[in-house]
Design a protein around this ligand. Structure first.
Ligand SMILES: [Zn+2]
Length: 232
């Protein structure tokens, strides 16, 4: 919260409830932005991450937290949607784009975020995309964000007035271990973050998202505070 009379810079933060988006939100806060968090419900199997997003938004003390429902499952296919096949386990990460890919998800989510940002006069949109320890989703790569920035420059009122909404993806080139170390430094409540694609009571430890998370904690030498089903 800013002092009265001092206008703080505003930022929209995409907050899924996962480790990366939570860390990104804390980085944005550390830079002094007033935060407007945006969380999407799209029939994702792991909708318990939405509860995580609410807790993290609370801890952060965001100015506003919007929960938007988008019926992506009505038009698209992904094993991440409820009742749509199995979540792949113990796959070779990065070999091919896995079935958990949600068609054009970040194009859609960022479009909402930029619209929200322009409406509330926020200068920046933060997204926790990462292109190092990731599953090879095309909409997580730097090339995509450069192209999307161009779309913001050309397709918004702010853009044509010469003050486009700026997309920030501060984790894009960090390893998962580096992200976790950063999270620790910024006191992100890691116990509230949720990564597992399955969304059961405890994280599975075998889906790509769990394995990337566990690998990151192991490499960072930090204990993961959440519980897993599998013994390790
Ligand atoms: Zn899992």
């Amino acid at each position: 919260m800013g002092e009265e009379g001092v206008k703080m810079k505003r930022a929209v933060v995409l907050l899924s409830g996962g480790l990366d988006s939570a860390t990104t939100a804390y980085m944005a806060r550390a830079e002094g932005f007033q935060l407007y968090a945006l969380t999407f419900l799209y029939e994702q199997r792991h909708d318990r991450e939405v509860e995580s997003a609410k807790r993290i938004a609370d801890e952060l003390g965001v100015e506003e937290h919007k929960l938007l429902t988008i019926p992506l499952e009505e038009i698209g296919h992904s094993s991440l949607f409820k009742n749509r096949g199995k979540i792949p386990e113990n796959t070779e990460i990065g070999k091919k784009i896995p079935s958990t890919y949600v068609p054009a998800r970040n194009i859609i989510l960022l479009s909402f975020a930029v619209s929200y940002a322009e409406s509330i006069d926020a200068e920046v949109v933060f997204i926790g995309a990462n292109a190092v320890d990731y599953s090879g989703y095309p909409d997580c790569r730097p090339e995509f964000y450069e192209a999307f920035q161009k779309a913001c420059d050309l397709g918004t009122k702010r853009g044509v007035e010469g003050r486009p909404v700026i997309l920030r993806r501060p984790l894009i080139e960090l390893s998962k271990a580096e992200i976790i170390s950063k999270a620790k430094e910024l006191q992100v409540p890691l116990r509230y973050t949720w990564s597992c694609y399955k969304g059961e009571d405890r994280a599975c430890g075998t889906c790509e998202s769990c394995r990337l998370r566990l690998k990151g904690f192991a490499e960072a030498g930090i204990e993961d505070p959440i519980e897993y089903t599998t013994n390790r």
